[in-house]
Design a protein around this ligand. Structure first.
Ligand code: ZN
Length: 537
């Protein structure tokens, strides 16, 4: 072809990501970037015929956990097949660095449910910079934008100690946070339901997050409570952001538990009010009414003091078991009461590496099969000992109406909250790891008309890019990186279900990452052109 471009996308309907309606444009790509937008006469092997297809910026997943297994699954096919070209990883306080070698075993236990079993990580990094260098040398098909996890960071200084940090410990945490930001992290994530992050008081978080304000870096938070105390938890996050004048992202916004349904209206109002007062707050949402997390998050925080090994020790003590049973059953927990909000029949085992036989079953079903459902709490504690509490679960605890309310709100971004995996990885993971973005475009845009295609794409592209300060991705314009998702708006749909989660989505025809084809006519090319993105000052 005589055009001088490396590749030309021809005849597509270009949705630029800003929320504008589509324009018919050809896109000329050179050196990984969009060099020209307009009419480009071209034909040949490097021309993609996009006639009738939507050409959108590659989707930016503002909230996932791709860092944990990207070295095991560098092709990230489950994400590319959704049109995702950039993952913002390290969310919920659970990043892979910083690492304090003295607490390495505690860190591995903390991250264990998210790590790829049997994969040799090597654990030879300490900083965020070193970790992502290692990822880069393995290669990755999608771009990764790192966050540093507050829980990981606190663990590196204090282990699983629940006490208030001393002045010296606080200084050490600040230094680690500074280093992560200097290494290019886009901000700090917290997961205030997971020990040891959950041991931090609001004051501790306010002081630590002060470091972010010197860098204009973002604070993302899996807030302290998404059930009975949702509103208080939203207030806490806003206070942390407001006192430091930093951007805030409230992660996977939802309400858990039937008695709390409808509370998202109040929470969204508080966010809108905070924005009027100058706090840059946004939220994000995945399009499902079940969540997924560690089984240990169903326990009160104090049980995890000192780490998983100590927790298992406590579960062997009959007095502790009684105390635990009454604390949970009488609903005196400070974190979200997952047994109450989902019930034994609404909690399904996703991954259970020591006992795969439990995967896909509900706790109720498991205990019934064991004949121990007549005292479910004791059955639960026994089961935790048997599985060494090394399990992730899918929990049905939300309502469709709340999810739709958050999805339709202009402040929210679409996120997966998933991880990289592949069909041969086994287990019954949450289908969001395969289906999130096509599900929004197919089910909620095309079928249910909850929001327009332009608005949905904006929530997947320019909104998350703007939120973390990416200037050259998330919008199609000359000079941007050529990260593109090219799909058929008439057929795009998720295929992954809770029963059969390992199913690629349909309708994504071509995906480009940094100008290179990673999905070609619906199939992975195996190319790994992804970059580690670093925050710029
Ligand atoms: Zn989370």
């Amino acid at each position: 072809m005589a055009t001088g471009f490396d590749m030309v996308i021809k005849g597509g309907r270009v949705l630029d990501g800003t929320g504008s309606p589509w324009f018919q444009r050809d896109i000329g790509i050179s050196n990984g970037k969009i060099k020209s937008l307009g009419y480009i006469p071209a034909e040949g092997s490097n021309v993609i015929d996009a006639k009738g297809l939507i050409v959108a910026p590659g989707f930016i997943d503002l909230h996932d956990h791709a860092d944990h297994a990207i070295m095991a699954f560098p092709d990230a096919t489950n994400y590319l097949m959704q049109g995702v070209t950039t993952s913002v990883a390290g969310n919920c306080g659970l990043s892979m660095a910083p690492v304090n070698p003295n607490y390495l075993e505690l860190l591995k236990a903390y991250l264990s449910p998210f790590l790829k079993k049997g994969f040799n990580y090597g654990w030879d990094w300490q900083s965020i910079g070193e970790f992502y260098q290692k990822v880069e040398s393995h290669g990755t098909a999608m771009n990764l934008a790192p966050l540093v996890g507050h829980g990981t960071l606190r663990l590196a200084v204090m282990g699983f100690d629940s006490s208030t940090p001393t002045t010296e410990q606080m200084q050490q945490m600040k230094n680690l946070l500074k280093q992560a930001l200097e290494d290019g992290a886009f901000g700090m994530s917290s997961g205030l339901i997971y020990p040891p992050g959950s041991y931090s008081s609001t004051e501790e978080l306010i002081e630590l997050a002060g470091v972010l304000s010197n860098y204009g870096a973002i604070y993302t938070s899996h807030i302290r409570n998404e059930g009975d105390s949702l509103i208080e938890a939203v207030d806490e996050a806003i206070r942390i952001a407001s006192e430091n004048n930093i951007p805030l992202e409230i992660s996977h916004h939802k309400t858990a538990g039937m008695t709390n349904y409808g509370k998202v209206h109040g929470a969204l109002k508080i966010m809108a009010q905070a924005r009027q007062n100058g706090v840059e707050v946004n939220c994000d949402v995945y399009p499902y009414i079940a969540g997924s997390t560690t089984i240990t998050s169903a326990l009160p925080n104090w049980v995890l003091e000192g780490g998983i090994a100590q927790m298992l020790e406590r579960l062997r003590d009959s007095k502790t078991r009684k105390a635990l049973e009454s604390e949970i059953s009488e609903d005196r927990m400070t974190n979200t009461n997952r047994i109450k909000s989902s019930d034994w029949k609404g909690i399904f085992v996703a991954d259970c590496p020591l006992h795969h036989k439990y995967e896909g079953k509900s706790l109720e079903q498991i205990f019934k099969e064991k004949g121990s459902f007549n005292s479910p709490y004791q059955a639960f504690f026994d089961w935790l000992l048997e599985t060494e509490a090394d399990a992730t679960v899918v929990l049905f605890s939300m309502c469709e109406e709340d999810m739709r309310t958050v999805l339709a709100n202009p402040l929210s971004a679409v996120i997966s909250d998933g991880w990289v995996t592949s069909p041969d990885a086994g287990g019954k993971p949450h289908p969001r790891a395969y289906g999130t973005f096509p599900r929004v475009l197919g089910k909620y845009v095309r079928e249910e008309k909850l929001l327009s295609l332009e608005q949905a794409v904006r929530k997947m592209t320019s909104l998350p890019a703007g939120k973390i300060g990416l200037q050259d991705r998330g919008i199609i314009r000359e000079g941007s990186w050529a990260d593109l998702a090219i799909f058929d708006a008439g057929t795009i749909i998720d295929k992954a279900t809770f029963a059969e989660p390992h199913q690629y989505a349909e309708g994504i025809k071509y995906v480009l990452v940094n100008g290179q084809l990673v999905i070609d006519n619906g199939n992975s090319t195996g190319v790994r052109p992804g970059k580690i993105l670093r925050r710029r000052n």
